[in-house]
Design a protein around this ligand. Structure first.
Ligand code: UD1
Ligand code: CA
Length: 460
């Protein structure tokens, strides 16, 4: 394929979104919708990318600030799609080859489709190719007026169309391949003598036809691919389709989803075969999940690495955590960033962890806070244990050796170390280090006042 550059139109405000945020920055699944267009352009080999910005230009620029392949072109006033494309002229100065024009609000477009369109455009030696589709209800779209042999003579907008033209069901997707040499010359000749008083990009088709140059329609048979987002209803529809594409890919590679429509997984998440995902689970970021895991309903997992045969029970949250093979988490556990759990670890109901390591086979089964701690292997953390890691100014560390038994309702006032094989009696507040193989007990001796209650009642 020859040289390819892309123009992405993204200057419009998106009035129908009724939003304080420019339309192209609204997210579809996890990414602003414009990033899908940028990605599609790159996937077909566009080496230079001109993004036309206008409304909230800085917000769009900031999002792509680390991407050096993108050049921004400012369209100060939104005078129409043709005017917007013309604004990219300087950014693509001295470029010769094919210019791919995409809209920033059409995120479902597949790079395979764009690639096929480009190939056809170049093979046929066309000057303009328009990606089109047939719609049952073409209302609102530009209609493709054809001559014989797939050649098109013009595109007419809904507002400018005659009743006969409105009957045409082949619509303009707003996605084009245009030869660079022709594009900027044609754009310079656009007029705004139409119902909206705008410079229409679509008029380049008419200009090409008048010059008897080859102008083609390239129809796609999947109309969902070219769905544009104009309002929040469409945003939700497009997001649903995007999610189902992600889920489908995972299911085809071996993940079971009990209810895919209620499973929220971001692109880039990796899940091993035979893992079962229950409904209303959210898995996001750079998460990697191994094989044979069970992720129960309502779990939320972000940027975490989970081994094989792990169970994450209902309502648990894991963030930036690592979980070893065959561990069991929850229900209702919260693993906060920096949690590192070994194989066969058990974290039970209402346990919160943060910045801890826990060795193989250790357990914290109920109602516990473990923060800034290094815990060895085969340790039992009793119900209600708290690492008191914060003195109001600084965080301090708790270190627990292997095979320690921590009884229920123990407070470990950090910094503190408990040697291996030790036992902390229930109800103990540990304030000094415990040597290995020792019993630590710190609680006031119990006094039983026999018949005290009975006597009080008698006197009363
Ligand atoms: C456009 C097409 C129409 C097509 C439809 C497909 C024209 C004249 N019409 O209509 O044939 O069926 O897309 O969705 O091109 N933009 C700018 N600057 C502007 C105006 C628009 O950057 O001055 C950007 C918008 O941000 C958007 C894109 O261009 O990303 C399309 O603009 P929009 O106003 O939505 O065009 P439509 O009326 O939908
Ligand atoms: Ca539109």
């Amino acid at each position: 394929m020859s040289n390819v550059a892309a123009i992405i139109l993204a200057a419009g405000k998106g009035t129908r979104m009724k939003s304080g945020l420019v339309k192209v920055m609204h997210r579809v699944v996890d990414k602003p919708m414009i990033s899908y267009s940028v990605r599609a352009a790159k996937a077909v080999g566009a080496g230079r990318l001109a993004v036309v910005v206008g409304h909230q230009a800085q917000t769009v620029r900031d999002f792509f600030s680390s991407d050096e392949t993108i050049v921004f072109a400012l369209q100060e006033e939104q005078l129409g799609t043709g005017h917007a494309a013309a604004c990219a002229r300087t950014a693509l100065e001295d470029f010769s080859g094919t210019v791919l024009i995409l809209c920033g609000d059409v995120p479902l477009l597949k790079s395979e489709t764009v690639g096929a369109m480009l190939e056809n455009h170049e093979k046929r030696g066309a000057v303009v190719t328009v990606l089109t589709t047939h719609l049952e209800n073409p209302f609102g779209y530009g209609r493709v007026v054809k001559r014989e042999g797939g050649r098109i003579s013009r595109i007419v907008e809904e507002k400018d169309a005659t009743p006969e033209e409105r009957e045409i069901d082949e619509i303009n997707s707003g996605i084009y391949c245009v030869s660079a040499e022709f594009l900027f010359k044609a754009l310079a000749g656009l007029k705004c003598d139409n119902a909206q008083g705008e410079y229409y990009l679509t008029d380049i088709v008419k200009i090409a036809a008048q010059e008897s140059r080859l102008c083609l329609a390239f129809p796609t048979d999947d109309p969902t691919e070219v769905m544009g987002v104009n309002d929040r209803v469409q945003l939700a529809e497009v997001s649903t389709i995007m999610r189902s594409r992600i889920n489908r890919g995972l299911m085809l590679s071996g993940t079971t989803m009990i209810d895919p429509a209620a499973t929220y997984i971001e692109e880039g998440v990796s899940i091993g075969a035979d893992t079962i995902i229950h409904p209303n689970v959210h898995i996001t970021g750079s998460t990697v999940i191994g094989t044979g895991c069970i992720i129960e309903q309502g779990a939320s997992i972000r940027d975490s690495v989970i081994g094989d045969r792990v169970t994450i029970k209902a309502g648990s949250v894991a963030e930036e955590s690592r979980i070893g093979d065959e561990a069991s988490i929850g229900p209702m556990a919260h693993l906060r960033p920096g949690t590192r759990l070994g194989e066969h670890v058990k974290i039970g109901n209402f346990v919160e962890t943060k910045k801890i390591t826990m060795g193989r086979g250790s357990k914290a089964s109920h109602l516990t806070y473990l923060g800034d701690a290094e815990i060895g292997a085969d340790v039992n953390i009793g119900c209600g244990t708290i690492t008191c890691n914060y003195d109001g100014v600084n965080k301090h560390k708790t270190v627990i050796g292997d095979n320690v038994f921590v009884g229920s309702d123990v407070q470990l006032v950090a910094p503190v170390t408990v040697g291996s094989n030790s036992l902390i009696a229930a109800g103990t507040t540990v304030t000094i280090d415990v040597p290995p193989d020792s019993l630590a007990i710190a609680r006031t001796a119990q006094v039983n006042k026999v018949d005290w209650v009975k006597n009080r009642l008698v006197k009363g």
